[in-house]
Write a protein that binds this ligand. Structure first.
Ligand SMILES: O=C(O)C(=O)C[C@]1(C(=O)O)C=C[C@@H](O)C=C1
Length: 94
């Protein structure tokens, strides 16, 4: 195996972990969406999202990676909201 193949093997392994973690996160997101439907809460919680992004920035040890880290979690939150909205809409049309 040459150098780039080894790097790509590492990336494949990390992507596998990211997929598994995303699955786990979305399962929890689904539970929160159901809770929010039952309690008539809005999907967006800006305060909570600010906290999540602050924690993400603090966890980032390499300063040059901070904007990427922040962008990654901004995208995760947008997908989470999108998924929650689809669940809330589905629950309301039942
Ligand atoms: O904590 C919540 O209230 C959630 O709905 C979860 C979550 C998230 O994915 O972390 C999603 C949407 C909200 O705007 C804030 C956070």
């Amino acid at each position: 195996m040459n150098e780039i193949q080894r790097y790509r093997q590492s990336i494949d392994s990390i992507d596998e972990q990211l997929s598994s973690l995303l699955n786990q996160r979305m399962v929890i997101t689904r539970s929160i969406a159901r809770y929010k439907t039952e309690h008539d809460c809005s999907v967006l919680d800006s305060q909570r999202e600010k906290e999540i992004l602050k924690k993400a920035r603090q966890r980032c040890t390499t300063e040059e990676l901070t904007p990427y880290h922040e962008s990654f979690f901004t995208h995760v939150l947008a997908l989470s909201r999108q998924y929650q909205q689809s669940i809330v809409t589905r629950e309301h049309t039942k």
